[in-house]
Design a protein. Structure first.
Length: 288
């Protein structure tokens, strides 16, 4: 039975910590290096529900994409969710380890998995590292041209369901062939040449002002459309690939959490008026 430190070595081989961003906090969060590990459970987020699931399954280690302690804390009291997560895992005999941006940049990382699932060919990183095959994001070409609306529908069917679904900026019937994407939050790449040269940019967590400026500039200069997806959903796709790689390299049982840890529970949409417009939309005022 491998020790936790041996699992750490395998994780380092699969997702080298040197690939992590300087601000990131990857690696071991909790657990003894000499602890036995025969079952690893994977999730996007370390939250009380995934910690409890890990213990209930009898797993020895929870490996998450998002680090629990990315930002500093002054307490791990069990009245805080981070404290509750750690207490649950420690009492249940399970460790905690994170592979975040170091798992984004590799050739089988989060964006590469999403690009593969969309069937993109001629893939390359949007922002490559010293190795041109690795880096943040991916850009590639669809095997067959499609429309923006059809691509959005493909993403809805491909990703696990969330309250927010996908949001689109652009014409429903606009042609799409070249796709740039970044699983998780990718607004830092909005101005990247590879994004600007694509027909559409798919990412998550787009804020109003950056998205608005990007949209207006795209309309002036024939730039790409935008598709905004659930951060959790795009990265959840990576877990199955990561599980297969880890199981093969470490020789341990690996399971994947199906718990939805997207923060939104439901969405309320405006009712449509008889003419098909959304309630509350702007119409010409009488007498104008």
């Amino acid at each position: 039975m491998p020790k936790l430190r041996e699992i750490q070595d395998v994780v380092e081989q699969l997702w080298p910590s040197a690939g992590a961003e300087s601000w990131d906090a990857v690696g071991l969060v909790a657990g003894g290096p000499d602890a036995d590990v025969q079952h690893v459970h994977l999730a996007v987020d370390a939250v009380p529900a995934t910690a409890a699931e890990t213990v209930a399954l009898g797993a020895d280690l929870l490996l998450t994409h998002h680090p629990l302690l990315l930002r500093g804390v002054t307490t791990i009291a069990e009245s805080t969710y981070k404290g509750a997560v750690l207490a649950t895992l420690v009492r249940g005999g399970a460790g905690l380890l994170a592979a975040h941006t170091n798992a984004d940049v590799v050739t089988t990382g989060t964006s590469a998995v999403l690009a593969d699932r969309l069937g993109l060919t001629d893939q390359r990183p949007i922002d490559p590292g010293t190795d041109p095959t690795t880096g943040i994001g991916r850009v590639g070409t669809l095997a067959e041209p499609t429309t923006l609306g059809a691509l959005a529908r493909t993403l809805v069917d491909l990703l696990p369901g969330t309250a927010t679904g996908v949001r689109v900026s652009g014409g429903y019937d606009d042609p799409v062939r070249t796709v740039a994407l970044c699983a998780g939050a990718g607004d830092s790449l909005l101005g990247h040449p590879a994004v600007l040269d694509a027909d559409v940019y798919v990412t998550s967590d787009l804020r109003h002002h950056p998205a608005s400026e990007f949209r207006e500039q795209a309309q002036l200069a024939a730039g790409p459309a935008l598709i905004d997806t659930s951060h959790w959903a795009t990265e959840w796709l990576w877990l199955d690939v990561a599980a297969s790689e880890l199981a093969a390299a470490a020789g341990v049982r690996v399971t994947v959490s199906d718990l939805r840890t997207d923060p939104w529970d439901f969405a309320v949409l405006p009712a449509a008026e008889p003419d098909g417009t959304a309630a509350g939309s702007t119409t010409e005022a009488e007498g104008a």
